[in-house]
Design a protein around this ligand. Structure first.
Ligand code: ZN
Length: 76
């Protein structure tokens, strides 16, 4: 999994039912990727999101940040 795939999968999972196996692979990427770690404290965000995702849509701010990060990766 590369960084772009990582971000796209987070994007998808935010709108989907929590899928523990998918989240686990995302966390595995994050643990080994200083780039993603530096951009966002996703481990914390994901934990919060996994807890809340049954009740609440993902925050619009987080969506915007992900969209921007994907755009940055696309230009790299
Ligand atoms: Zn990454």
């Amino acid at each position: 999994m590369d960084c772009k795939e990582f971000m796209l999968q987070i994007w998808t999972l935010m709108d989907a039912e929590p899928d523990e196996r998918a989240w686990a692979s995302l966390r595995a990427h994050l643990e080994n990727c200083p780039l993603c770690q530096r951009h966002y404290r996703f481990e914390t965000v994901l934990r919060v999101h996994v807890r809340q995702s049954c009740a609440e849509p993902a925050p619009e701010l987080l969506r915007r940040r992900i969209r921007r990060f994907i755009a940055e990766l696309g230009d790299a």
